[in-house]
Design a protein around this ligand. Structure first.
Ligand code: NAG
Ligand code: NAG
Ligand code: NAG
Ligand code: NAG
Length: 266
């Protein structure tokens, strides 16, 4: 069985890559790393939106928040919640809004049927509802970390100067180079990208094209990209604990995003 398969869909003439989940013989999603940990946070409602909130164990600065934007498997996937816990353990109050409106793609679900109900029109309002609630609560700096589907929304928040710093891993649905040209033209938000050598959506070729827009000092707010070899789409969210390359890449992506965020927060 393939842990990381890919479906490449051409919808609305942009590249959309999705992960096909590993499903065990009983039909349950299986991710070795997530199975080792139990989510530590809790679900709360923020401005009407279900949000998984996970806080550092010790003291933390409540004026800073990490906003984690999930893949299409959303809050029901323990991988996403355990990843959020990793951000909390790094010292940040971390918020994971259910911008899939209670309709995360179920394991084995039909992405073609699902996708039209999860365009920007449906996804942006719950996302911005949580962002504005955080700001109203006194959060002054928001660091966004987006994965797959969440990479598109991280990009939008960067383009719209809504956040302080944005990081993304194996983003999907981006229009390259247009989305990055828009960042260069109108944003002051630093951007970091972790991409996978074997990603068939945001490919190494598109990653290099992105560098052509933002790298080498062309984007003064800050840009950093790191490619992880031997792994595919989804690697920053799910890793097979028996595969050292996958485990190292997942941790490496986290470390790279964390270092970038720390560098760009005040
Ligand atoms: C994880 O990796 C091991 C070792 O390569 C392999 O035997 C196993 O099938 C993989 N698990 C999944 C769920 O892909
Ligand atoms: C939060 O809600 C999601 C989606 O309903 C659910 O799958 C998850 O188990 C909940 N997590 C906790 C910690 O309550
Ligand atoms: C998935 O959904 C699409 C669009 O609704 C439909 O055309 C297709 O037959 C479905 N595929 C499966 C395997 O059910
Ligand atoms: C970003 O701004 C555009 C243009 O105003 C808007 O259409 C879009 O909904 C915004 N997206 C986000 C995620 O803020």
């Amino acid at each position: 069985m393939q842990l990381f398969g890919f479906v490449l869909l051409s919808l609305l003439s942009v590249v959309r890559a999705v992960v096909v989940p590993a499903v065990d013989s009983s039909g349950h999603f299986h991710s070795p790393l997530a199975l080792e940990a139990t989510p530590q946070g809790k679900n709360v409602t923020i401005n009407g939106i279900l949000t998984y909130v996970t806080l550092p164990k010790g003291r933390f600065d409540p004026s800073i928040a990490v906003l984690l934007l999930t893949d299409i498997f959303g809050l029901p996937s323990p991988d996403n919640l355990v990843l959020a816990d990793q951000w909390a353990a790094a010292g940040f109050a971390t918020y994971v809004p259910d911008y899939l409106n209670g309709d995360a793609l179920p394991m084995g679900g039909n992405i073609t049927a699902w996708a039209p109900n999860h365009g920007e029109a449906q996804t942006t309002p719950p996302l911005l509802a949580v962002v504005s609630a955080l700001k109203a609560r006194g959060v002054k700096q928001i660091a966004t970390t987006g994965y797959c589907f969440g990479g598109l929304y991280t990009t939008r928040l960067v383009q719209n100067n809504t956040i302080t710093v944005g990081t993304m891993a194996h983003p999907s649905s981006l229009d390259v180079p247009t989305d990055f040209q828009r960042i260069k033209a109108q944003s002051h938000v630093p951007v970091e990208i972790n991409n996978a050598e074997l990603d068939t959506g945001f490919t190494p070729v598109l990653a290099v094209e992105t560098d052509g827009v933002l790298d080498d000092g062309q984007y003064p707010p800050g840009y950093f990209r790191r490619q992880f070899n031997g792994v595919g789409h989804g690697f920053a969210v799910r890793a097979n604990a028996s595969e050292p390359v996958q485990v190292a890449a997942k941790q490496g992506a986290f470390d790279s995003s964390l270092a970038f965020i720390k560098k760009h927060l005040e």
